[in-house]
Design a protein around this ligand. Sequence first.
Ligand code: MRU
Length: 347
Amino acid sequence: MTTAVETLRLRDGALELIDQRLLPQRLEYVACRNASETAHAIRDMVVRGAPAIGCAAAYGIALEALALASDPKRFASSLEIAFENLRISRPTAVNLFWALDRMRRVWTTHSKDETDAVARALMHEAKAIHSEDLEVNYAIGRHGAALVADHARIMTHCNAGALATAGHGTALGVIRSARDAGKKISVIANETRPYLQGARLTAWEMMQERIPVTLVTDNMAGHLISRGQVDIIVVGADRIAATGDTANKIGTYTLAVLAARHGLPFYVAAPLSTIDLHTTNGAGIPIEERDASEVTGFRDVRWAPDGVHVVNPAFDVTPAELIAGLITEKGVVHRPDAKQIRALFST
Ligand code: MRU
Protein backbone atom coordinates (compact mmCIF):
# COMPACT_ATOMS: atom_id res chain seq x y z
CA MET A 1 0.00 0.00 0.00
CA THR A 2 1.23 3.48 -0.78
CA THR A 3 0.45 6.98 0.34
CA ALA A 4 0.69 10.26 -1.57
CA VAL A 5 1.78 12.24 1.50
CA GLU A 6 4.78 10.54 3.13
CA THR A 7 4.49 11.88 6.67
CA LEU A 8 7.22 9.55 7.97
CA ARG A 9 9.95 7.79 6.00
CA LEU A 10 13.26 6.06 6.66
CA ARG A 11 16.19 7.54 4.73
CA ASP A 12 19.93 7.02 5.22
CA GLY A 13 19.49 5.47 8.63
CA ALA A 14 17.30 8.28 9.95
CA LEU A 15 13.60 8.85 10.48
CA GLU A 16 12.51 11.71 8.26
CA LEU A 17 9.37 13.59 9.25
CA ILE A 18 7.48 16.22 7.26
CA ASP A 19 7.99 19.36 9.32
CA GLN A 20 4.33 20.18 9.94
CA ARG A 21 5.22 23.44 11.65
CA LEU A 22 6.13 24.85 8.23
CA LEU A 23 3.11 23.73 6.22
CA PRO A 24 1.53 24.88 4.02
CA GLN A 25 4.22 27.41 3.09
CA ARG A 26 7.08 24.88 2.91
CA LEU A 27 7.24 21.10 2.49
CA GLU A 28 10.47 20.05 4.21
CA TYR A 29 11.64 17.02 6.14
CA VAL A 30 13.37 16.93 9.53
CA ALA A 31 15.75 14.01 10.21
CA CYS A 32 15.67 12.27 13.62
CA ARG A 33 18.56 9.95 14.38
CA ASN A 34 17.72 8.81 17.89
CA ALA A 35 15.04 8.80 20.57
CA SER A 36 15.75 12.23 21.98
CA GLU A 37 15.55 13.91 18.56
CA THR A 38 12.30 12.04 17.92
CA ALA A 39 10.86 13.03 21.32
CA HIS A 40 11.76 16.63 20.58
CA ALA A 41 10.01 16.41 17.18
CA ILE A 42 6.85 15.07 18.85
CA ARG A 43 6.88 17.68 21.63
CA ASP A 44 7.50 20.49 19.18
CA MET A 45 4.72 19.41 16.73
CA VAL A 46 7.05 18.56 13.84
CA VAL A 47 4.95 15.41 13.79
CA ARG A 48 1.47 15.34 15.34
CA GLY A 49 -1.75 13.37 15.14
CA ALA A 50 -2.20 10.30 17.32
CA PRO A 51 -1.20 7.46 14.94
CA ALA A 52 1.74 9.41 13.45
CA ILE A 53 3.04 10.12 16.96
CA GLY A 54 2.90 6.37 17.72
CA CYS A 55 4.79 5.46 14.54
CA ALA A 56 7.44 8.12 15.18
CA ALA A 57 7.98 6.97 18.77
CA ALA A 58 8.45 3.37 17.64
CA TYR A 59 11.13 4.44 15.16
CA GLY A 60 12.73 6.60 17.86
CA ILE A 61 13.20 3.49 20.03
CA ALA A 62 14.46 1.40 17.11
CA LEU A 63 17.01 4.02 16.02
CA GLU A 64 18.22 4.43 19.59
CA ALA A 65 18.64 0.65 19.93
CA LEU A 66 20.59 0.44 16.66
CA ALA A 67 22.90 3.24 17.83
CA LEU A 68 23.41 1.53 21.20
CA ALA A 69 23.90 -1.99 19.84
CA SER A 70 27.70 -1.71 19.77
CA ASP A 71 27.75 -0.85 23.49
CA PRO A 72 26.10 -3.79 25.33
CA LYS A 73 27.01 -2.36 28.77
CA ARG A 74 24.96 0.79 28.27
CA PHE A 75 22.28 -0.78 26.08
CA ALA A 76 19.57 -1.52 28.67
CA SER A 77 19.95 1.60 30.81
CA SER A 78 20.13 3.97 27.82
CA LEU A 79 17.17 2.31 26.13
CA GLU A 80 15.15 2.79 29.34
CA ILE A 81 15.95 6.51 29.20
CA ALA A 82 14.81 6.55 25.57
CA PHE A 83 11.48 4.98 26.51
CA GLU A 84 11.00 7.53 29.28
CA ASN A 85 11.94 10.47 27.04
CA LEU A 86 9.36 9.45 24.48
CA ARG A 87 6.73 8.55 27.07
CA ILE A 88 6.68 12.13 28.39
CA SER A 89 6.71 13.82 24.96
CA ARG A 90 2.90 14.30 24.79
CA PRO A 91 0.22 13.05 27.21
CA THR A 92 -3.14 12.65 25.47
CA ALA A 93 -2.78 10.55 22.30
CA VAL A 94 -2.77 6.98 23.57
CA ASN A 95 -1.19 5.67 20.37
CA LEU A 96 2.11 6.90 21.76
CA PHE A 97 1.86 4.60 24.79
CA TRP A 98 0.37 1.80 22.70
CA ALA A 99 3.36 1.90 20.33
CA LEU A 100 5.89 2.09 23.19
CA ASP A 101 4.20 -0.92 24.85
CA ARG A 102 4.54 -2.90 21.61
CA MET A 103 8.22 -1.99 21.39
CA ARG A 104 8.80 -2.96 25.01
CA ARG A 105 7.17 -6.35 24.48
CA VAL A 106 9.61 -7.02 21.60
CA TRP A 107 12.53 -6.01 23.81
CA THR A 108 11.30 -8.34 26.56
CA THR A 109 10.88 -11.23 24.11
CA HIS A 110 14.45 -10.73 22.83
CA SER A 111 16.03 -9.84 26.17
CA LYS A 112 18.39 -12.84 26.07
CA ASP A 113 19.61 -12.05 22.53
CA GLU A 114 22.70 -10.11 21.46
CA THR A 115 22.08 -6.36 21.41
CA ASP A 116 22.29 -6.10 17.62
CA ALA A 117 19.61 -8.79 17.28
CA VAL A 118 17.40 -6.90 19.75
CA ALA A 119 17.91 -3.69 17.79
CA ARG A 120 17.03 -5.42 14.50
CA ALA A 121 13.88 -6.88 16.07
CA LEU A 122 12.90 -3.43 17.34
CA MET A 123 13.35 -1.88 13.88
CA HIS A 124 11.29 -4.71 12.41
CA GLU A 125 8.50 -3.92 14.90
CA ALA A 126 8.63 -0.18 14.18
CA LYS A 127 8.26 -0.88 10.45
CA ALA A 128 5.32 -3.20 11.23
CA ILE A 129 3.59 -0.51 13.32
CA HIS A 130 4.09 1.93 10.43
CA SER A 131 2.83 -0.34 7.64
CA GLU A 132 -0.08 -1.73 9.70
CA ASP A 133 -1.29 1.81 10.38
CA LEU A 134 -1.50 2.50 6.65
CA GLU A 135 -3.53 -0.69 6.09
CA VAL A 136 -5.79 0.14 9.05
CA ASN A 137 -6.51 3.59 7.61
CA TYR A 138 -7.57 2.13 4.29
CA ALA A 139 -9.94 -0.20 6.16
CA ILE A 140 -11.35 2.71 8.20
CA GLY A 141 -11.79 4.60 4.93
CA ARG A 142 -13.70 1.72 3.32
CA HIS A 143 -16.07 1.30 6.29
CA GLY A 144 -16.59 5.03 6.66
CA ALA A 145 -17.17 5.73 2.98
CA ALA A 146 -20.34 3.63 3.14
CA LEU A 147 -21.79 6.15 5.62
CA VAL A 148 -21.20 9.10 3.31
CA ALA A 149 -23.94 9.97 0.84
CA ASP A 150 -23.25 11.13 -2.70
CA HIS A 151 -22.88 14.95 -2.71
CA ALA A 152 -22.41 15.02 1.08
CA ARG A 153 -20.93 18.15 2.61
CA ILE A 154 -18.60 16.81 5.29
CA MET A 155 -17.39 18.96 8.14
CA THR A 156 -14.13 17.98 9.83
CA HIS A 157 -12.02 19.44 12.61
CA CYS A 158 -8.26 19.56 13.13
CA ASN A 159 -6.28 17.27 10.82
CA ALA A 160 -6.96 13.56 10.96
CA GLY A 161 -5.41 12.98 7.57
CA ALA A 162 -2.35 11.43 5.97
CA LEU A 163 -0.27 13.95 7.92
CA ALA A 164 -1.63 12.60 11.21
CA THR A 165 -1.07 8.94 10.36
CA ALA A 166 1.12 6.62 8.29
CA GLY A 167 -0.98 7.76 5.33
CA HIS A 168 -4.55 8.07 3.96
CA GLY A 169 -5.83 9.29 7.34
CA THR A 170 -8.74 8.40 9.60
CA ALA A 171 -11.40 11.12 9.16
CA LEU A 172 -9.75 12.28 5.94
CA GLY A 173 -9.31 8.61 5.01
CA VAL A 174 -13.10 8.30 5.08
CA ILE A 175 -13.28 11.36 2.82
CA ARG A 176 -10.59 10.06 0.43
CA SER A 177 -12.25 6.65 0.23
CA ALA A 178 -15.70 8.21 -0.40
CA ARG A 179 -14.17 10.20 -3.25
CA ASP A 180 -12.42 7.07 -4.57
CA ALA A 181 -15.80 5.28 -4.49
CA GLY A 182 -17.06 7.87 -6.95
CA LYS A 183 -19.01 10.05 -4.53
CA LYS A 184 -19.08 13.75 -5.30
CA ILE A 185 -18.30 15.02 -1.83
CA SER A 186 -17.04 18.32 -0.50
CA VAL A 187 -15.29 19.18 2.73
CA ILE A 188 -15.75 21.99 5.21
CA ALA A 189 -12.52 22.33 7.19
CA ASN A 190 -12.70 24.15 10.52
CA GLU A 191 -9.54 26.19 10.93
CA THR A 192 -8.98 24.68 14.42
CA ARG A 193 -7.78 27.37 16.76
CA PRO A 194 -5.29 27.85 18.22
CA TYR A 195 -2.73 25.79 16.27
CA LEU A 196 -4.62 25.92 12.94
CA GLN A 197 -4.27 22.27 11.93
CA GLY A 198 -7.47 22.63 9.87
CA ALA A 199 -6.43 25.78 8.03
CA ARG A 200 -2.81 24.77 7.51
CA LEU A 201 -2.89 20.98 7.17
CA THR A 202 -6.39 19.75 6.24
CA ALA A 203 -6.92 22.51 3.68
CA TRP A 204 -3.49 21.70 2.20
CA GLU A 205 -4.08 17.93 2.12
CA MET A 206 -7.47 18.29 0.46
CA MET A 207 -6.18 20.77 -2.11
CA GLN A 208 -3.26 18.45 -2.96
CA GLU A 209 -5.87 15.81 -3.82
CA ARG A 210 -8.22 18.23 -5.58
CA ILE A 211 -11.01 17.37 -3.14
CA PRO A 212 -13.27 20.46 -2.93
CA VAL A 213 -12.63 22.11 0.43
CA THR A 214 -14.02 25.24 2.07
CA LEU A 215 -12.17 26.72 5.01
CA VAL A 216 -14.19 28.27 7.84
CA THR A 217 -13.29 29.62 11.25
CA ASP A 218 -14.38 27.45 14.17
CA ASN A 219 -17.08 29.88 15.28
CA MET A 220 -18.86 29.60 11.91
CA ALA A 221 -19.80 25.96 12.46
CA GLY A 222 -23.07 26.69 14.32
CA HIS A 223 -24.24 29.11 11.68
CA LEU A 224 -23.52 26.73 8.78
CA ILE A 225 -25.08 23.76 10.55
CA SER A 226 -28.22 25.71 11.49
CA ARG A 227 -28.60 26.80 7.85
CA GLY A 228 -28.50 23.16 6.66
CA GLN A 229 -25.12 23.54 4.95
CA VAL A 230 -23.49 20.49 6.57
CA ASP A 231 -24.64 16.87 6.08
CA ILE A 232 -22.27 14.91 8.29
CA ILE A 233 -19.39 15.56 10.69
CA VAL A 234 -16.38 13.21 10.78
CA VAL A 235 -13.45 13.76 13.15
CA GLY A 236 -10.49 11.76 14.45
CA ALA A 237 -9.56 10.86 18.03
CA ASP A 238 -6.59 10.98 20.36
CA ARG A 239 -7.90 8.63 23.02
CA ILE A 240 -11.16 6.75 23.32
CA ALA A 241 -12.05 5.54 26.81
CA ALA A 242 -13.64 2.14 27.50
CA THR A 243 -17.12 3.70 27.43
CA GLY A 244 -16.56 5.40 24.05
CA ASP A 245 -16.02 8.88 25.48
CA THR A 246 -13.58 10.44 23.03
CA ALA A 247 -10.80 12.98 23.42
CA ASN A 248 -9.99 14.89 20.26
CA LYS A 249 -8.76 18.35 19.32
CA ILE A 250 -10.24 21.20 21.35
CA GLY A 251 -13.52 22.28 19.75
CA THR A 252 -14.68 18.77 18.87
CA TYR A 253 -17.11 18.61 21.80
CA THR A 254 -18.73 21.87 20.68
CA LEU A 255 -19.34 20.33 17.25
CA ALA A 256 -20.86 17.19 18.79
CA VAL A 257 -23.29 19.32 20.82
CA LEU A 258 -24.22 21.29 17.69
CA ALA A 259 -24.72 18.05 15.78
CA ALA A 260 -27.08 16.74 18.50
CA ARG A 261 -29.03 20.00 18.52
CA HIS A 262 -29.54 19.87 14.75
CA GLY A 263 -29.90 16.11 14.24
CA LEU A 264 -26.67 15.75 12.26
CA PRO A 265 -24.71 12.48 12.28
CA PHE A 266 -21.46 12.93 14.23
CA TYR A 267 -18.83 10.21 13.57
CA VAL A 268 -15.42 9.49 15.08
CA ALA A 269 -12.95 7.65 12.82
CA ALA A 270 -10.11 5.96 14.71
CA PRO A 271 -8.06 2.76 14.81
CA LEU A 272 -8.26 0.29 17.70
CA SER A 273 -4.81 1.58 18.76
CA THR A 274 -6.59 4.80 19.85
CA ILE A 275 -8.92 2.91 22.21
CA ASP A 276 -7.69 2.79 25.80
CA LEU A 277 -9.59 0.12 27.71
CA HIS A 278 -7.64 1.04 30.88
CA THR A 279 -9.26 4.47 30.98
CA THR A 280 -12.77 3.88 32.25
CA ASN A 281 -14.39 7.04 30.92
CA GLY A 282 -13.68 10.48 29.51
CA ALA A 283 -13.00 12.05 32.89
CA GLY A 284 -9.86 9.88 33.18
CA ILE A 285 -8.27 11.07 29.94
CA PRO A 286 -5.29 13.37 30.55
CA ILE A 287 -5.73 16.64 28.67
CA GLU A 288 -2.57 18.33 27.47
CA GLU A 289 -2.22 21.98 28.46
CA ARG A 290 -0.07 23.77 25.88
CA ASP A 291 1.89 26.99 25.91
CA ALA A 292 0.00 30.29 26.25
CA SER A 293 1.87 31.68 23.23
CA GLU A 294 -0.30 29.49 20.96
CA VAL A 295 -3.34 31.50 22.07
CA THR A 296 -1.80 34.96 22.28
CA GLY A 297 -0.42 34.81 18.73
CA PHE A 298 0.94 32.59 15.98
CA ARG A 299 4.54 32.15 14.87
CA ASP A 300 6.07 35.64 15.17
CA VAL A 301 2.79 37.57 15.32
CA ARG A 302 1.34 38.56 18.77
CA TRP A 303 -2.21 39.92 19.09
CA ALA A 304 -3.02 39.62 22.80
CA PRO A 305 -1.61 41.94 25.45
CA ASP A 306 1.60 40.77 27.10
CA GLY A 307 0.96 39.02 30.40
CA VAL A 308 -2.74 38.23 29.84
CA HIS A 309 -3.89 35.10 31.66
CA VAL A 310 -4.48 32.23 29.20
CA VAL A 311 -5.68 28.64 29.30
CA ASN A 312 -4.81 26.36 26.41
CA PRO A 313 -6.23 22.84 26.74
CA ALA A 314 -5.30 21.08 23.49
CA PHE A 315 -8.15 18.53 23.60
CA ASP A 316 -11.69 18.11 24.88
CA VAL A 317 -13.84 15.07 25.56
CA THR A 318 -17.02 14.21 23.68
CA PRO A 319 -19.31 11.89 25.68
CA ALA A 320 -20.14 8.64 23.87
CA GLU A 321 -23.85 9.48 23.89
CA LEU A 322 -23.19 12.26 21.35
CA ILE A 323 -21.36 9.94 18.93
CA ALA A 324 -23.45 8.34 16.16
CA GLY A 325 -20.72 5.87 15.35
CA LEU A 326 -17.11 4.91 15.80
CA ILE A 327 -15.53 4.05 12.45
CA THR A 328 -12.74 1.52 13.06
CA GLU A 329 -10.78 -0.92 10.91
CA LYS A 330 -13.12 -3.64 12.16
CA GLY A 331 -16.26 -1.83 11.06
CA VAL A 332 -18.60 0.82 12.40
CA VAL A 333 -19.75 0.68 16.02
CA HIS A 334 -23.08 2.49 16.00
CA ARG A 335 -23.94 4.34 19.22
CA PRO A 336 -20.74 3.10 20.90
CA ASP A 337 -20.84 1.79 24.47
CA ALA A 338 -18.52 -0.22 26.72
CA LYS A 339 -19.90 -3.60 25.65
CA GLN A 340 -19.55 -3.01 21.92
CA ILE A 341 -16.11 -1.49 22.36
CA ARG A 342 -14.88 -4.48 24.38
CA ALA A 343 -16.23 -6.79 21.70
CA LEU A 344 -13.95 -5.13 19.12
CA PHE A 345 -10.98 -6.63 20.91
CA SER A 346 -12.35 -10.14 21.31
CA THR A 347 -12.78 -10.96 17.62
O1 MRU B 1 -2.46 18.34 18.65
P1 MRU B 1 -2.56 17.43 17.46
O2 MRU B 1 -2.41 18.13 16.17
O3 MRU B 1 -1.62 16.24 17.61
O4 MRU B 1 -4.04 16.87 17.54
C1 MRU B 1 -4.45 15.95 16.56
C2 MRU B 1 -5.87 15.58 16.66
O5 MRU B 1 -6.59 16.01 17.53
C3 MRU B 1 -6.37 14.56 15.67
O6 MRU B 1 -7.73 14.76 15.39
C4 MRU B 1 -6.18 13.15 16.24
O7 MRU B 1 -4.88 12.95 16.68
C5 MRU B 1 -6.52 12.11 15.25
S1 MRU B 1 -5.30 11.95 14.00
C6 MRU B 1 -5.77 10.69 12.98
